[in-house]
Design a protein around this ligand. Structure first.
Ligand code: SAM
Length: 333
């Protein structure tokens, strides 16, 4: 195992209530409330922003107000409540991890895709054979799994079956709902139709019968990926081993600069010498950290030396054989 267990649940930082001194701007809230089932004031939105920032590091901008309403309204319905104030009071008073989990899950944005920002994968493919084996990659905002599975597929293509058998991908996210979907590894065909026929055949099983129109990631690819819940802004998360590469794409955009700096500082000791950090297309860490320098194409390299990461031959193992030996067009079990 490459890492200790991540925290089992989003342990919120037990935020305190937002200051009651803040005057409720009922006029503006009322005008925006027409047609809404639940009372939702400006003070409620301010409180939501404060709570999600403190528990998940997410900075919700003003224009996310309607999104917050519609996503959390489901929690009010589920709990039989009439106002957002009641819900937020209950959330803080009960401090129930399951409700905090639902609150956090509701407010994350999970957009992702297979081989998203495709230029990163040839860089990873060229990088990993030069590394000491076995290689390990951490996908730190894995969402519904498309990204960590794309990484695993790239490792198989780059290292061959025997090298990839040793390699591992740790896939984490704060959102437990997306992780459950990721672990199932089942997708609509539409989500993979842009992949080459070779990749489709090598890495996916095609659904039939009740699963027609679906694909499932082959077991040998899924076996390379371990999913864990982990909050990047949690100061206490425990990862024991170091990684050759960390993917942290399209999540930092939700964090403010101090939170980004804190997240990057935690990455530094978790990276092997010469390790690569992959960022999202609109994320720039140059002014946030000195520990990583831009190598180009939103890929950063660790600047300090953490000891040898020289190439050693891949070892053999007893793992199930990889995709090359699997049958094609299998049926989802
Ligand atoms: C827009 S998705 C990006 C998914 C993928 N990395 C990609 O680029 O396609 C952002 C993901 O970050 C996760 N996230 C948000 N805050 C987080 C936190 N504090 N710790 C870990 N993951 C977080 C969300 O749950 C969501 O799945």
């Amino acid at each position: 195992m490459m890492a200790t267990r991540a925290q089992p649940r989003p342990q919120p930082a037990r935020p305190q209530s937002a200051s009651p001194a803040r005057p409720e701007r009922m006029e503006s809230a009322r005008s925006g409330e027409q047609g809404r089932d639940f009372e939702f004031t400006s003070a409620d939105f301010a409180r939501i922003r404060d709570l999600i920032h403190r528990s998940a590091g997410i900075s919700l901008s003003d224009h996310k107000r309607d999104m917050a309403y519609s996503r959390l309204a489901r929690r009010l319905r589920a709990r039989g409540l009439e106002t957002f104030k009641q819900y937020l009071d209950l959330l803080e008073a009960e401090n129930d991890p399951a409700e905090w989990e639902a609150f956090t899950n509701a407010l994350t944005t999970n957009l992702t895709a297979f081989f998203r920002e495709a230029h990163h994968f040839p860089i990873l493919a060229e990088f990993v054979p030069r590394r000491a084996q076995p290689v390990s990659v951490w996908c730190s905002a894995a969402s519904t799994g498309e990204e960590p599975y794309s990484i695993a597929m790239t490792l198989i293509e780059a290292l061959g079956d025997s090298g990839a058998r040793q390699a591992s991908v740790l896939a984490t996210d704060i959102d437990t709902q997306v992780l459950a979907k990721a672990e199932a590894g089942m997708y609509q065909f539409d989500q993979v139709k842009h992949l080459s026929p070779e990749r489709l055949k090598r890495f996916f099983l095609k659904g039939t019968g009740a699963h027609a129109g679906m694909v499932k990631v082959r077991p040998e690819v899924r076996a390379m990926v371990r999913f864990e819940q982990l909050n990047l802004t949690d100061r206490d998360y425990q990862l024991r081993s170091q990684f050759d590469a960390i993917f942290c794409r399209n999540v930092m955009i939700y964090f403010d600069k101090p939170t980004q700096a804190q997240v990057l500082a935690r990455f530094e000791p978790l990276m092997k010498s010469g390790g690569l950090l992959f960022a999202g297309h609109s994320e720039n860490f140059t002014y946030v950290t000195q520990a990583f320098k831009l190598r180009g194409q939103t890929v950063y390299e660790l600047t300090r030396d953490t000891g040898a990461a020289a190439r050693t031959p891949a070892r053999s193992s007893n793992h199930a054989s990889h995709a090359g030996s699997a049958t094609t067009n299998g049926v989802i079990a």
